[in-house]
Design a protein around this ligand. Structure first.
Ligand code: ADP
Length: 323
């Protein structure tokens, strides 16, 4: 799979393999021609010629880019009787590794930023208290309450990140057991009953009897919890949530409808990306990490399912998971 190209001491091509021909777009008649004429990559030429001209008995390594792909190029001298009589260049395709590493750096950057901002705000609140800026106990409590909300956001972020890491880890052991979906849905709804009541939101559940499906209990709970939490969080006071489970063709469909603020059409694809949050006047004061739906999408993908989002005609969102 690696490309290999050999030149003699005057820099003419004497040997190459199929992979080198493909990677470097070599023509059929390139044997015996100077490498400079047949290879279109200046870095690779520079690596090889510097070995030959400067008589360097060492291996040179560098990442190079050809046609939108990344390669690890190694150039090493061919030594005979103490003298350099040519050089070998090899090219290893590291495009996947490079993309993975770039994504990882971008992700780490985002995470650091997301952790830094609530921490900065908490520090600010603590400073206010230390400097005795709060006039009375009521104001002190107010500052502490605000700091606590930020700390909760931070904890939610860490929980979400741990869940994401769990999803990503190939070692994660899923315990696939026949899951009674309606039963789990009712348990989770019950758990969130108080939170919904705080906003006077009515939760209606319509569950058909459906066959048990093989899933890990934690996965289905995490999936539904994220959808339900959002349906409460992005709902209006006095709104409602409808939850359905039914069979649709060969699929089992879990649907969560809310009467909330809805999602602008241009954001519907992106809400499943890590850290993406809709930013507008309606969402400004609603805390979140932007990770919940990316976790949901990963779970759905694990089970070869599908998730769709629509908006309700009268305002609000509909999330449908097909398993
Ligand atoms: P979080 O809610 O923590 O911000 P999510 O990944 O769960 O992160 O959601 C991403 C974004 O999608 C949210 O910030 C919000 O803008 C939007 N969103 C998700 N669910 C709903 C919903 N039911 N109604 C309106 N907007 C939603």
């Amino acid at each position: 799979g690696d490309g290999v190209l050999v030149v003699n001491k005057s820099g003419k091509v004497v040997l190459y393999n199929c992979a080198a021909r493909r990677i470097l777009n070599l023509q059929d008649d390139c044997l015996d021609k100077p490498m400079k004429e047949v290879v279109k990559n200046d870095t690779l030429i520079e690596m090889v010629t510097s070995l030959l001209i400067k008589q360097k008995k060492m291996v040179l390594s560098q990442e190079i880019h050809i046609d939108n792909r990344s390669y690890l190029a190694n150039a090493s001298p061919v030594v005979d009787d103490g003298e350099i009589i040519g050089a070998v260049a090899s090219l290893k395709d590291i495009t996947k590794l490079r993309r993975f590493s770039d994504t990882k750096s971008a992700f780490l950057n985002m995470v650091s930023h997301e952790i830094r901002s609530p921490l900065g705000i908490i520090e600010g609140y603590l400073d206010l208290i230390l400097k005795g800026i709060a006039k009375d106990e009521a104001q002190t409590k107010d500052i502490i309450r605000r700091a606590k909300i930020r700390a909760q956001t931070l904890r939610q972020l860490v929980d979400d990140l741990l869940n994401l890491a769990r999803m990503e880890s190939e070692k994660v052991k899923r315990e696939l057991v026949p899951v009674d979906l309606p039963k789990i849905i009712l348990e989770v709804v019950e758990f969130y009953r108080d939170k919904a009541e705080e906003k006077n939101i009515k939760v209606n559940v319509s569950l058909e009897k459906v066959p048990a499906i093989l899933m890990d209990r934690n996965d289905i709970i995490l999936l539904f919890t994220n959808l339900l939490e959002n349906a409460i969080k992005y709902n209006v006071k006095g709104g409602s949530i409808n939850i359905y489970i039914k069979e649709e063709g060969p699929d089992l469909c879990l649907r969560v409808e809310d009467t909330g603020i809805g999602i602008p059409p241009e954001s519907r694809e992106r809400i499943f990306d890590e850290f993406y949050r809709v930013k507008n006047e309606k969402t400004r004061r609603i805390p979140g990490t932007g990770l919940g739906l990316s976790i949901v999408r990963r779970i759905v993908k694990t089970y070869q399912g599908e998730i769709k989002v629509d908006s309700r005609k009268k305002g609000g969102s509909i999330f449908s998971v097909y398993l």
